[in-house]
Structures are given as C-alpha cells and as structure tokens.
Design a binder for this molecule. Structure first.
Ligand SMILES: CC(C)(COP(=O)(O)OP(=O)(O)OC[C@H]1O[C@@H](n2cnc3c(N)ncnc32)[C@H](O)[C@@H]1OP(=O)(O)O)[C@@H](O)C(=O)NCCC(=O)NCCS
Length: 244
C-alpha cells in the first residue's frame, strides 16, 4: 500500500518584483502612494473615494500524496483527461479499469501524486522506483547495461481545462526532483506515437526515444461476408388468364 504521508505543499512562486522589504522600512514610498492626488473637493462634498479593488492572490498549485478518499475523484479525472487520447491510440493510455486503478493504490512502491488548485484536481502523476509486477513491458537489463537508474512514470495527466498553463511542466519538475532525491538518473515513460501532443511535449523537454514497440498492421484481403447490392428486378407481369 502506498503509505499516506504528510502532504507537502509547494509554496506559491513569488511574483516578479515582489519585495521582501517590510513596508515599515520604506515610509517614504508609502507616503507617496497616499491618494493625495484626489481632488480635495471629493471629501468635502461627502463623496466616497473610489476604493481600489483588493488584488486577489493567484491560487497556488499544491502537490500532495493521494489518499484513499481521493480514489473515486482521481478515477473520474483520469477518464476525462485521457478521453481524447484513448480515441486515437491502440493501447490504453490509462489504467484499463477502475478496479485496476484501486488495486494500484494498495500496491507497495507506487507513488501517486495529486496536483490541486484549491479543491480541484488539476493533474495526476504515478511513478514507481522499480519495475513492478511480473507481466511488464520493461526489461530491467536494458537499463542496467547502460548504467541507467530510472524513475518509471506510469501516468502523467493534466486536466484539459488547465492545459497550457505550466501545470504539466510543474509535474515534470516534481518528478525530476523525486528522481534526484533518490539518486535516479532518468525519467522513463511510455507514450503512444499517435498521442502527438504529448509526444511533442516530451520531446521539447528532452525526452528521447528508447527502443520501443511500434504497433504494426497489414490488411488481409478478405472478401466481405455480405454480398454486394444487386439491382432489384422489375415486378413480374401478371400471367394472362387462360380463356378456356
Ligand atoms: C501532455 C500534457 C501533460 C501537457 O500538460 P500541460 O499542463 O498542458 O503542459 P504545460 O502547460 O506545461 O506546457 C504546454 C505549453 O503551454 C505553454 N505554457 C503556457 N502557459 C504557461 C505557463 N504559465 N507556464 C509554463 N508553460 C506555459 C508551455 O510553453 C508549453 O508549450 P511548449 O510545449 O511549446 O513549451 C497534457 O496535455 C496532458 O495531460 N495530456 C493528456 C494526457 C496525456 O497524453 N499524458 C501523457 C501520456 S503518458
């Protein structure tokens, strides 16, 4: 089972130009910002000063380890995130069944991370530090021979509504971080060639193709089981009645 550990939250990135100086240390600046420039008549006439709308803090992306209570929501998230991808690829790009996904949670050595914006799941990543299971597509000797110590990325998905906002990049940064902490040398994953968006995205981030299976197909010349259409014959002329 994946041991639920204390959530680790990533502190929000400081906005550019944000000063660490205490405002008390720069009273001159503070004074200069007072709305002295307002027409004096505004107060005198009893008119309310236009209030500045309080600037809203941009929400943070918080990363946490999955909890049992998250499983249903994450499964729904995965179905949605891989919906379009699975239409285009031969191989399923996510766990095939909900049951399999729930079993994964119980497995030792699987790290399942959720990326949240407020209470919404915006991304999911699943990694293992070794090849798990008997029936696997990976040959550990391939990596050993090359002095590669991989972090295996089993799943990586961003909510489609949050695409193109740097969340996927943040997920990769987190996985890179985990690999570094454990002395691993590579992130290794499988992506379908038809999943062109993800493939281009990985390539741009320095992922290079290893030896991998390519799904091939050749059409067999089989006649159709159903016969082709044929012209409908005209109705028969009614037989002439015998005069006898
Ligand atoms: C592939 C996938 C993970 C990318 O996630 P994403 O969150 O859209 O990725 P990012 O936002 O980090 O990067 C997308 C683009 O947005 C741009 N971008 C826009 N705003 C950004 C911001 N604020 N910060 C960083 N990048 C930003 C990036 O430059 C990037 O463009 P590039 O690839 O030309 O450099 C996501 O499309 C996905 O989950 N797809 C479906 C599931 C899937 O196929 N998973 C992989 C199969 S294993």
């Amino acid at each position: 089972m994946v041991r639920p550990m204390a959530s680790s939250s990533v502190p929000p990135v400081k906005t550019a130009g944000a000063s660490s100086r205490s405002p008390a240390k720069s009273p001159a600046k503070k004074r200069a910002k007072k709305p002295d420039a307002e027409p004096a008549s505004a107060d005198k006439a009893g008119m309310a000063r236009p209030k500045r709308a309080p600037r809203e803090k941009p929400p943070s992306i918080v990363v946490k380890r999955i909890h049992r209570r998250d499983l249903n929501r994450v499964w729904e998230f995965l179905k949605l995130s891989f919906r379009d991808v699975n239409r285009a690829t031969v191989e399923y790009q996510r766990p095939r069944t909900k049951q399999r996904f729930f079993e994964t949670y119980e497995e030792e050595g699987v790290e399942q991370l959720l990326f949240m914006v407020k209470s919404e799941i915006v991304a999911y990543a699943e990694v293992t530090y070794e090849i798990l299971g008997q029936d696997t597509w990976l040959n550990p000797r391939y990596f050993e021979k090359r002095d590669m110590r991989p972090l295996y990325v089993e799943e990586l998905a961003v909510h489609p509504d949050y695409a193109g906002r740097g969340i996927g990049s943040f997920v990769l940064e987190q996985l890179d971080h985990l690999a570094k902490l454990r002395g691993l040398t590579h992130l290794v994953l499988e992506v379908a060639e038809n999943n062109e968006n993800a493939l281009a995205w990985y390539r741009k981030r320095n992922f290079r193709k290893l030896d991998a299976a390519i799904f091939m197909a050749k059409s067999v010349d089989v006649p159709d089981e159903l016969l082709p259409p044929r012209p409908l014959p005209p109705p028969r002329e009614p037989a002439e009645e015998s005069k006898e």
